[in-house]
Design a protein around this ligand. Structure first.
Ligand code: SF4
Length: 324
């Protein structure tokens, strides 16, 4: 199967008064056509910066893409002009965010906002764009879409607004959609509906998806491949089945163990496994392995040398001296 996206040695840094923050630090990733890649990790691990880097939406200054290639359908996005990139965004690659209120314009009706994307990228007339927008709202499960198209964002619930965002993101049938914590702000039942909707539309439209989340359960349910990020590194990546059945990196193992489960020794006994410590200050990283301060299996070599990402099985790689 061919890669729709291939990221090679990608680094994005931010200049701050205290020094350079390496938010994305030499990331290699790939996504096959039609698949979903789940990217997991704690807040501050670099997953959102990675998505914004792919979209070329890093504010400069203070941010800067310092190295790498982002090959989308074989074309390096980092070589495109801003004008060319504007044509890619929304049309060939789209993005949905955690909180739709930050992306939807509060003073325009939702139908008009979906229609605007279609007019801009597909060159449709106002009437055609409105008709397609209503169709998209129907497709994402908004009841009475003709009437709801006239609503302003504040007249809709969080789940409905997220559906509008998905309608907007998929209206031009993009080849790739990046979804950054698309269900985090929603109730559990609505979360399940939105995930199911993304899966359904992905099948229908043929879009490949990058799903960013701190919730491994979401990845297990919706993705074929997973990448785990820590402090700007991908520390493990591979097929979801392999990662969930036999995680290799101590951080991935820690994330798995911290999922609440009902049963002896778990949440019902008031007992929850946690990874000690917090994600490090990116300006004061330990030498060698960035996870060293929190790792229960750290060895002397971990302080001396940086581990590299190495393949342990087809498509399954890990960045850890235990496996090097
Ligand atoms: Fe732990 Fe060392 Fe592996 Fe880092 S390289 S995760 S410190 S064992």
């Amino acid at each position: 199967m061919s890669n729709i996206l291939r990221i090679e040695n990608l680094s994005t840094h931010f200049e701050t008064a205290r020094g350079t923050v390496k938010a994305v630090d030499g990331v290699d990733l790939q996504l096959n056509e039609g698949d979903t890649l789940g990217i997991a990790g704690e807040s501050g691990c670099g997953k959102t910066v990675l998505a914004l880097t792919v979209m070329r939406l890093i504010p400069r200054p203070p941010g800067r893409i310092v190295s790498g290639r982002i090959l989308f359908e074989g074309q390096d996005l980092l070589g495109l002009s801003e004008e060319e990139m504007r044509r890619v965004r929304g049309k060939r690659i789209s993005m949905i965010f955690q909180e739709p209120m930050t992306s939807l314009n509060p003073v325009f009706r939702v139908g008009d906002q979906v229609a605007e994307t279609l007019r801009l990228h597909e060159g449709l007339s106002a009437a055609e764009a409105h008709g397609r927008a209503v169709e998209m709202l129907r497709m994402v499960g908004i009841p009475a879409p003709e009437a709801r198209a006239r609503d302003y964002p504040h007249q809709m619930s969080g789940g409905m607004r997220q559906r509008v965002m998905i309608a907007m993101a998929l209206s031009c049938r993009p080849r790739l959609m990046l979804a950054d914590e698309p269900t985090t702000a929603l109730d559990v039942t609505i979360q399940a509906q939105i995930l199911e909707l993304i899966q359904e539309l992905k099948r229908e439209v043929g879009t490949s998806v990058i799903l960013i989340t701190h919730d491994l359960g979401v990845i297990a349910e919706a993705a074929q491949y997973a990448a785990v990020m820590y402090a700007g590194w991908v520390v493990e990546q591979g097929p979801v089945d392999a990662i969930f059945s036999a995680p290799l990196h101590p951080y991935t193992v820690g994330l798995m163990n911290s999922i609440p489960r009902i049963g002896k020794g778990h949440a019902q006994d008031g007992y929850l496994n946690v990874i000690p410590g917090t994600i490090p200050d990116l300006l004061e990283l330990p030498s060698g392995c960035k996870f060293r301060d929190r790792c229960p299996r750290a060895m002397p070599v971990c302080a001396e040398r940086k581990p590299e990402l190495i393949a342990k099985a087809p498509g399954h790689s890990v960045r850890c001296w235990l496996h090097g």
